[in-house]
Each structure stands twice: as structure tokens, then as C-alpha cells.
Design a protein around this ligand. Structure first.
Ligand code: SF4
Ligand code: SF4
Ligand code: SF4
Length: 462
């Protein structure tokens, strides 16, 4: 047995080596498996360890469940193999609670800021269509800067500009950045934008003054479909052409771009044509990643109402679109293997805050300020925060899934419960590909692959 990737120290200290007993053993549920040239790769999603089994060791593993034999010793010690009555879900929950206690957030360093909830587009699926339209006033801008300075305690901060369309509030963004600079607070930023309002000068400002490193931009289809879906208010030119040019200019300006393809039952075929167009124009461009996302149902100006078969179709097609993106070399690569998470996203991460234009503080960018948990003058003030810590306890499919340690499934998250068998298989296949690439790296380096402890990452993810 060879160690391809060491386990996370924290976890192996708590999940100590198991001592074998004369009883029946089975594989631990939270494992990923992949075939390599020289044997079978196993990845333990709880400990983040990866090993390579030779053909004899693989035979022992494949013969499980079986009565204990000494060939199992190493697999048992490292939690690849467990006693039949082992409760891994309970064990993962205990590990999560312990890790959270051991790593308390001491400061707030991740902010999602909405300069405005106004937008220059009118997408039919916009989940903010019923939000109160509101833009940050000059007074609130200055109070936001004071609030960030108070809670970050001198640490560098990361800001995600969100809206509405954040560029409608570009002056506010500049004012907040200027305020942070004057207070000596280091920052970098990213943005979720439709990108229509960028031009060459604004891209320069974004790079130099806003320290903007990434923009997430949604495309809904080729020219006619995109323009009809976005329904920009009084556009001066062809929005589709302009946005594609802006993607080019952002990449040329050293700002990376994540293109999100919004998939619904209205645009599936058109998205496949769009992928060909994107491949022709952007293939091989540094800093570009494309991925798909099923659009929300029951929200927006013109809500989608799917029956079961329509939902299944969108689900299948989302996977087909990701497959095509991968074939064309456009799919954003998986940065790291799944690991045991004790926080899901910005919502249950104590070091992250969302700041709405009226100074209300929230936790989830897909919820309005009505679900706020406090304000910039008092920080977190109400019991709504407790709801964000709760995980959903009614998804038995997840308990048996090998990715359970990675998926927190917050009960208040609008995405919870939307996973399907197809999606799960798609995710595990992609991870199997990453295992094979990690193994090749190991073979070329001749040593185990070292990675920063992912459970220590305090950044806000969504
Ligand atoms: S661009 Fe975004 S904020 Fe604007 S209407 Fe579309 S979904 Fe809503
Ligand atoms: S959400 Fe999907 S991938 Fe995650 S644990 Fe549940 S079934 Fe598995
Ligand atoms: S993952 Fe869910 S809870 Fe977290 S920010 Fe996204 S939508 Fe909100």
C-alpha cells in the first residue's frame, strides 16, 4: 500500500488508528475509488488521505464484507475498512462539532457587499424580482467602512461585490475601496455581474482601485436568446456582443472570468450552440472557466414551474452540458478533492457577512435583507443566525452517499435537497478523474502530494 496523499493532521489525531478485532469488516461508506495503471486508488473523504492498493491488496478490499484477516490490518488502521456496526455518519457529525470548537473564528474577514439592488437587466428568473429597490447612501458607505475596520481587526479582507447589478453602483464601490485604503486595510475583491456596464476604463479602475481578481458572469444562450432573456433596460448597443467583448477585455486585463451557463427547459439546445461559440472564441484562454447551473424554479418575474419529468430533463441536460464543456476544454477544473467540512458556506461561517445597501447584515446571498441577522451598527443581533447553523436531517440519500462529509446541506439553504442520483454520479466521476491526475503528479514527483489542510480554510465559500 502506498500513500499518495497524506491525511489531514487534525483529523488523523482525532480519528486514531483502529485496532483490529475478530469480527466482520466492510468498506467505510465515505470512500472514492478510481483505477490507475498500477493498481486501485482509494480516497478517504473524512481524512483526505489517498492510497494505492496493489492487485493483492485490492482483492482483499473487493472481497468485503468478510471476517477479519491480517491482510486487512493497514486498511482497518486507516479507516478504509470498518466494523459492520460502525456509525460513520455519527462519527462525521462528532468530528464536525469538534473541529468547529477547535477553530473558532476570531475575526470577520469575508464580506459580500450589495452597493445596490437596482439592476439594468430584467431576467425572467431573477430571484430578486420582489426585493426592495435600494442604493447605498454616502452616509452608509462611510459607516460600512467603519464597520469593516472594526470587525476585521487589522486582518486583510476579501470582498465580493453583489447586487442587483453591482456596476450600477460603481461609484459606491470606489468610495468603499478608497475608505478602506485610507484606513490601511488590505483587501482584494471579486464580483458577480452581468458585465454589460464594463468598458476599458472601468476594467482598469477595477483592477487598480478595486483589486478585482474575478468576475462571475451569467450567459443564458446565444445572441438572440441572451438578449431576450436579459431584457436590458434601454441598451445602447447589442448586449450579447458587448458582454462577450468585455469578457475578452477582462481576461486581457488580468481579471479571471467564471462564466455561468444558466440552464432551464427553455434554453437547453441553444446552450450547446453557445458552447461551440465560446470554444471558438475563448478556448485555451488563461483565467477562464465555464460551468452550468440549473435556474431556480418558482422565483422571478416569470417563474418556471416544472413537473417531475421537466426537472429530471433539466438535471440530465445540465450534466450533458458539463460533459460538452469538458470535451471543449472550457469546464473550470476542480481545485481540490472533497474533504470533511464543518462549515458549508458564508451562511454558517462566522467570519463572513453580507452587507445590504441599507446597512442590514445577512448570511446568504440568495436571501433578501428581510432574513437579516443584524446591522452594521450592532453586528449580529438576532436569533435568526441560529437557523443558519442547522443542517437538514431528512435526506437519507445523503447519509449513504460517499460525499456526505463534504456536503453540509444547511436546512435553510435554497439549494438543499436539489441533488439527484445523476448529479451525484457526475460529481464522483469528476473526483475520480482528479484522483488519477493527483496520482500522476505523485508518480512524476516521486513523493506524496502535500496540500494545505483544507479544513483550516476560513475563506467564505458559497
Ligand atoms: S442580471 Fe442578475 S440581478 Fe439583474 S435581473 Fe438578471 S438575475 Fe436579476
Ligand atoms: S447532496 Fe448529493 S453529493 Fe452531496 S451528499 Fe447528498 S447526494 Fe451526495
Ligand atoms: S450555499 Fe446555500 S446557504 Fe450558502 S450562500 Fe449559497 S444559497 Fe446561501
Amino acid at each position: 500500500m502506498q500513500t499518495i496523499k497524506e491525511p489531514v493532521k487534525n483529523i488523523s489525531l482525532i480519528w486514531r488508528h483502529q485496532t483490529p478485532e475478530k469480527t466482520v469488516y466492510r468498506p467505510m461508506k465515505y470512500l472514492l475509488k478510481a483505477q490507475a495503471e498500477d493498481g486501485t486508488l482509494l480516497y478517504n473523504v473524512v481524512t483526505s488521505e489517498m492510497i494505492l492498493l496493489d492487485s493483492n491488496e485490492a482483492k482483499v478490499f473487493e472481497s468485503l464484507p468478510a471476517m477479519y484477516s491480517p491482510e486487512m490490518d493497514e486498511l482497518i488502521a486507516r479507516h478504509y475498512v470498518v466494523k459492520e456496526d460502525f456509525e460513520e455518519r455519527k462519527s462525521v457529525q462528532q468530528l464536525r462539532a469538534l473541529l468547529k470548537k477547535l477553530n473558532p473564528s476570531k475575526r470577520v474577514t469575508g464580506f459580500t457587499i450589495l452597493p445596490t439592488t437596482e439592476c439594468n437587466a430584467r431576467c425572467y428568473y431573477c430571484f430578486e424580482s420582489d426585493y426592495k429597490r435600494c442604493t447605498m447612501t454616502k452616509e452608509i458607505v462611510s459607516d460600512v467602512v467603519d464597520y469593516i475596520a472594526k470587525v476585521c481587526k487589522g486582518e486583510p479582507v476579501e470582498i465580493s461585490w453583489f447586487g442587483g447589478e453591482p456596476l450600477v453602483g460603481k461609484k459606491i464601490i470606489s468610495q468603499i475601496c478608497e475608505g478602506l485604503k485610507q484606513k490601511g486595510i488590505a483587501f482584494k475583491s471579486s464580483m458577480v455581474s452581468n458585465a454589460y456596464l464594463f468598458d476599458e476604463n472601468l476594467i482598469k479602475t477595477a483592477k487598480e482601485e478595486w483589486a478585482l481578481s474575478n468576475v462571475q458572469i451569467t450567459l443564458d444562450g446565444t445572441e438572440a436568446v441572451y438578449n431576450e432573456t436579459k431584457a436590458y433596460v434601454n441598451p445602447k448597443d447589442n448586449p450579447y456582443k458587448r458582454v462577450l467583448k468585455n469578457i475578452d477585455d477582462l481576461l486581457n486585463g488580468g481579471i479571471s472570468v467564471s462564466i455561468r451557463l444558466n440552464v432551464s427547459n427553455k434554453n437547453i439546445d441553444d446552450l450547446k450552440i453557445l458552447i461551440d461559440e465560446l470554444a471558438e472564441r475563448f478556448s485555451g484562454r488563461r483565467g477562464l472557466g465555464v460551468y452550468s447551473h440549473a435556474v431556480y424554479e418558482d422565483v422571478g418575474f416569470d417563474p418556471l414551474n416544472y413537473d417531475d419529468s421537466a426537472r429530471e430533463l433539466v438535471d440530465e441536460q445540465t450534466i450533458a452540458i458539463d460533459t460538452k464543456l469538458r470535451e471543449k476544454g472550457l469546464l473550470g477544473s476542480l481545485a481540490k478533492m472533497p474533504y470533511l467540512r464543518y462549515m458549508n458556506c458564508m451562511a454558517d461561517n462566522d467570519s463572513c457577512r453580507i452587507i445590504y445597501p441599507d446597512g442590514i447584515i445577512g448570511k446568504c446571498e440568495n436571501r433578501s435583507s428581510e432574513d437579516g441577522i443584524g446591522d452594521i451598527y450592532h453586528d449580529i443581533t438576532n436569533e435568526k443566525m441560529d437557523a443558519w447553523y442547522k443542517t437538514a436531517n431528512d435526506i437519507p440519500d445523503c447519509y449513504e452517499c460517499c460525499l456526505y462529509p463534504y456536503c453540509m446541506n444547511l436546512s435553510f439553504c435554497p439549494e438543499t435537497g436539489k441533488c439527484s442520483r445523476n448529479k451525484k454520479e457526475w460529481k464522483t466521476n469528476r473526483y475520480a478523474g482528479l484522483m488519477q491526475r493527483t496520482y500522476l503528479k505523485y508518480k512524476n514527483n516521486g513523493s506524496d502530494v502535500k496540500e494545505e489542510d483544507p479544513t483550516l480554510a476560513e475563506e467564505c465559500e458559497s
